[in-house]
Write a protein that binds this ligand. Sequence first.
Ligand code: SOE
Length: 380
Amino acid sequence: MVGYKFMGKAHSHAYRDVSFYFDNQVEPVLQAICGRDQAAVKEAAEKMGWLSYETDWRALIARDDIDLIDIVTPNSSHAEIAIAAAEAGKHVFCEKPLAMTLEQAKRMLAAVEKNNVLHMINHNYRFAPAVQFAKNLINSGRLGRIYHIRATYLQDWIMDPQFPLVWRLSKEACGSGAHGDLAAHSIDLARFLVGEFNEVSGLMETFIKERPLVEGSSGLSGSASSSKTGPVHVDDASLFLARFENGAIGTFEATRFAGGNRNGNRFEINGEKGSVRWDMEKMNELDVYFHDDEVNVQGFRTISCTEEGHPFAAAYWPAGHIIGYEHTFINLVVELVKGLEKGESPAPNFVDGMKNQAVLEAVERSASLKRWVAISEIES
Ligand code: SOE
């Protein structure tokens, strides 16, 4: 794995715990973790159970005891590492968003396909049992024709103007702010549950345009420098409208300035026969509404997706015990491991990552040109 901080911890935990809950043929081995800071990556290896560590990702990729490279670095290094790993014959698992641009995403997809290696992208929220159950309801026709998706991803961790310019706020490191970090997840959920995007109309805003520079930091925290400040070139909030190829329409909002919302990844989907509603902050629950209920008992009701018939749930605890954020990564790793067994790239993979990147880029172009942008305009 290349990287070892927040996502490094979530991925490492998933690799170590997947066999505790699921019977797997392929057992993940935490062979080597990589980071530039030798002391820090050595400590991470010891703490998270990696057998060895490297300080140069090229040395990691050159090792013949490595089958898969997991990329949990800032967005700006995804393409270089993924392409080199594919060319070295390694399977590739990459954090979202796939890349900085659609052009990079296309090159990453071409590299994994040309080298015939497996590929996957970490859109972990698909793997919450309640989201999988929503997918089953939609696929079974229980909601009928889909009219709307209303998706928000609301956080509030950078509302303090003194919060420093960490890499998640750096255009050079990330390409965008809340847009690529949060809207990417909502776009993936919309593609998973509703369908492919046709055209978008967006707007983006940066509320705090100058922040203290940072010395040592991860993507979510940092010790600000005393006096120096720097300009912020990424969005603090990104909103857009969407039309889907199947006629559905959508509204999307991603922001890091929605005070009181810590990880408010939410959606509501309305169909001709019913609706579903999900909130990551109550991730085990799915609110459902069915139009064919008797009128006097119609209304949203809450299903606790912890039982048989709720995907992945039965592997954890019986009788309504709930699971957490980290289990969405375990469930994704179950699919990754199955893919390795079958020799097939499970969804979501680099095709999904590339399509996601096209929507991200279409919204950015729409916001700058102040007009609707068709996805086909970006992909051509
Ligand atoms: C920060 O906004 C972040 O860590 C995202 O980068 C992750 O993808 C999301 O799962 C939680 O919030």
